[in-house]
Design a protein around this ligand. Sequence first.
Ligand code: ADP
Length: 457
Amino acid sequence: TKGSPEQIAYMQCIEQDFTLSTEKLEEIKNHFKSEMVKGLDNEGQTLAMIPSYVEGRLTGEEKGHYLALDLGGTNLRVVLVTLEGNGKFKTVSTKARVSEELKTGRMRDLCDYIADCIDTFLAQQNLDNVTEELPLGFTFSFPVLQSKINRGVLLQWTKGFSCSGAVGKDPVLLLQDALLRKHVPVKVTALVNDTVGTLLSNAYQKPATLAGLILGTGSNGAYIENMSKIGKWKDGKTTSDEMIINMEFGAFDNERTVLPLTRFDNKLDRKSINPHKQIFEKLISGMYLGDIVRNVVTDMMDRNLLFNDTQQHTEIISAHYAFETAFMSSIEADGTVDLGVTREVLDTNLNLVNVKDEELRIIKRLVELVGTRAARLAAMSIAAIVEHTQVEEQGVDIGIDGSLYEFYPSFEERMYEALEVLLPQFKDVRRSIRLGLARDGSGVGAALTACVADRMM
Ligand code: ADP
């Protein structure tokens, strides 16, 4: 059974809407490249291209004890990173919950709490009586306008935080104050962006690293740029002729000039908490992919093309974000002839029972289309960075963090396939553009940022 003529006709249109031809992908890549240049030359562009103040490269021979602090989610994390050289390191860490009270109270109380957590952790590690202050890299995952490697101002709170006495102030100074008050021997030497941290954590083990990407709940990229190409740089002489740029590429093409958005993408955007923003991110990241599939499935339901002659319980799948991207991973991994795994996913998570074989096949195909489009677009951003920086045949490493890259079956393979068509100038793309999992940008990466900051002093 191949489905009804109506189903087949509908799916033919969907195949067209979601398939990115090589020509289209190239057009997008070229636009991405010109947006990179615009963002490097001017403030306030769609690709923000933010200078990170992280200057120069790592060799992998950096050594010493560094602390990392990660604030921005449910938990606060403190990590002690011991860099041993030769790309090797050890970590020990601790986590503490950030209560609602702390998230919405006074910033001074939050900083005191953080200082206490660090103090307790140092005591556990027998590091509370050191003669020299330990350098700390602070991953503060909120919108910050940075002015130095260890200076910035909080523009606004997000993600449920709303402490008073913080907006418009420097989170580094506020935390340092608390550490001083409590005599904790720690110096906050770097304010860290997690994507920049991802790049650095990859670079410590692979010094030929050019870029870091995050493909998780959201998405972003960072890469190493020549100072001479950062036309908008006004902060004077640097210690190196290279600096990491935080691209903030989730916002790419917010003006919708080149991305082939379908009506399903438009619907997702309209119903999101940030309409017209992060348009590229909405095509490629974990928070959204499942919902794009869900939008097609519900459209087919509305047209009586799915689940129409069985008594289905469709309340669950009708709810916003009910179809998780992790379900797509399970469905993609389903290699059974009767699509038993797909059937199980729909039954267990969405209460869809007795789904017909041809319906299972349609849903699996929808998942493949949405997942493949995402992987190809993510690869497009890498191809643009590679061409912009004129990478040569000997190649570069690209560090990628995030569940989508780590767990989604064939995501990496599909990225390589897209790189092959986008970068024909490389004889063997897989050897020249080496993708790899880069874990813990906010731990190891933040510690490495503190290490670079030390070097810049
Ligand atoms: P974060 O980006 O928040 O630091 P992750 O990298 O783990 O964390 O990304 C979480 C996102 O990845 C969520 O949006 C979730 O839907 C998605 N996700 C979680 N597990 C999987 C999986 N197995 N396959 C694909 N996506 C997943």
